[in-house]
Structures are given as structure tokens and as C-alpha cells.
Ligand binder design. Structure first.
Ligand SMILES: [Zn+2]
Length: 91
């Protein structure tokens, strides 16, 4: 196992949508989560994004009882894990 390659915050944003839709493979997901764990700014952005999705789903759920109400468990775990790590140390 080698350390995942570094990505920029911009690339992280590109991954964000795919990640939330479960479109990322194992490797890009590891890269994404690696950045998430180390970049407080992207973590804030990510959590904001998740909340927006959750709010959107809640609104949808009121109209459509069949809409998925909850975020995927692994997504929540990723956020919690990123939080547990704390702020990324500057190099
Ligand atoms: Zn970042």
C-alpha cells in the first residue's frame, strides 16, 4: 500500500459529486478521502455539501415517500473519520 497521490482542492471539488453519488472507484475514493482528512477547508465544504444534499432529500421525502431518506453509512463514517483526525498539519 502506498500513500495516495495528492490532489488539489480544485480536483477535490471535481470528485465531490461523484463521491456523493457513489460513482468513485476504490482508488479515486482513497485519494478523495486522503485529501478530505488533511484539508480542513475541503472538509467544511464537504460537510456543507452533505447537509445540502440531506436537506434536499428531506424536502423530496416529504413529496415522495419512496425517496431515499438517509445518507449512505460509509459516507457518514468518512466524515466522522475525517473529523477524528482533526485539522491537517501544514507541510
Ligand atoms: Zn482541499
Amino acid at each position: 500500500m502506498s500513500t495516495p497521490p495528492q490532489i488539489t482542492c480544485r480536483e477535490f471539488q471535481d470528485f465531490l459529486l461523484d463521491y456523493c453519488e457513489g460513482q468513485l472507484g476504490d482508488e479515486p475514493r482513497a485519494v478523495f478521502e486522503h485529501h478530505l482528512a488533511r484539508c480542513p477547508m475541503c472538509r467544511v465544504h464537504f460537510e456543507t455539501y452533505l447537509k445540502a444534499i440531506e436537506l434536499g432529500r428531506r424536502v423530496l421525502a416529504e413529496d415522495d415517500p419512496d425517496a431515499p431518506a438517509d445518507l449512505p453509512e460509509e459516507l457518514v463514517e468518512a466524515v466522522l473519520a475525517a473529523r477524528a483526525v482533526g485539522g491537517g498539519e501544514p507541510p
